[in-house]
Design a protein around this ligand. Structure first.
Ligand code: SF4
Length: 226
């Protein structure tokens, strides 16, 4: 009974948040700049009721969201309420597609101009994030940095005891260009109805958690998923 109540709540929260990530033709999210193009193609082309749902990930997403909220409150406690904003929307327009996103907390300066972006990532084991941020996260924050024109701190927080590791990321035009080039490539594959190659952006873990691995291994077109 207790478990059912919890599962239903987590499902509800996951479904509400997935509405924000609903796909629109020609509009891509910052987090998609560093994902396997084939996986993104499957997500956008497969019939919605055929896209496998991974309910085991729901608790992790919820805990991650709560940890981000704690960090936001901690920043408001340190700075004045007026100088901390959450979920600042960003948007970049290119020829025939857009790159959009929403930040985690942003600190504003005296003139209310963005001064520092924080991107909060919860992790099960902080030791993997001690030395450097993941390339995947560095790509994700570049559209924020480019839009708000201030540096970003990627803050890793361990779920068990809230210990942290923080890495500053400054704007690197080559990373931003590579992000945009990936989206341009994806946009072309989608328009041409052509399955991209099976090349994960993060080979160490992306295929392991990919909902489409069994289709991908056989080069199945997403519209033929049954
Ligand atoms: S299994 Fe790997 S290569 Fe295939 S779509 Fe998923 S992430 Fe991409």
């Amino acid at each position: 009974m207790t478990e059912d109540v919890l599962k239903e709540y987590l499902r509800h929260r996951a479904e509400s948040s997935s509405k924000y990530h609903e796909t629109k033709d020609g509009v891509y999210h910052a987090s998609e700049t560093s994902q396997c193009l084939r996986k993104l193609y499957y997500k956008r082309k497969a019939p919605e009721d055929k896209i496998p749902k991974d309910e085991s990930s729901y608790p992790h997403f919820r805990l991650g969201h709560l940890i981000e909220r704690i960090y936001f409150n901690a920043l408001k406690h340190k700075h004045s309420y007026m100088h901390v904003r959450n979920s600042v929307p960003i948007r970049h327009e290119f020829d025939d597609f857009e790159l959009v996103g929403q930040t985690d907390p942003v600190i504003l300066g005296e003139n209310l101009k963005p001064k520092r972006i924080y991107e909060v990532k919860s992790t099960s084991n902080i030791k993997y994030s001690k030395n450097e941020p993941s390339k995947h996260h560095v790509f994700q924050v570049h559209p924020y940095i480019a839009a708000l024109q201030c540096p970003c701190s990627i803050v890793y927080i361990q779920k068990t005891n809230l210990s942290t590791a923080t890495h500053e990321v400054n704007f690197d035009p080559s990373i931003f260009k590579a992000s945009v080039d990936r989206l341009r490539e994806l946009h072309k594959y989608l328009n041409d109805n052509k399955l991209p190659p099976s090349e994960p952006f993060s080979p160490k873990f992306e295929c392991k958690f990919c909902s489409f691995s069994k289709h991908c291994n056989k080069d199945i077109d997403p519209r033929d998923i049954d």
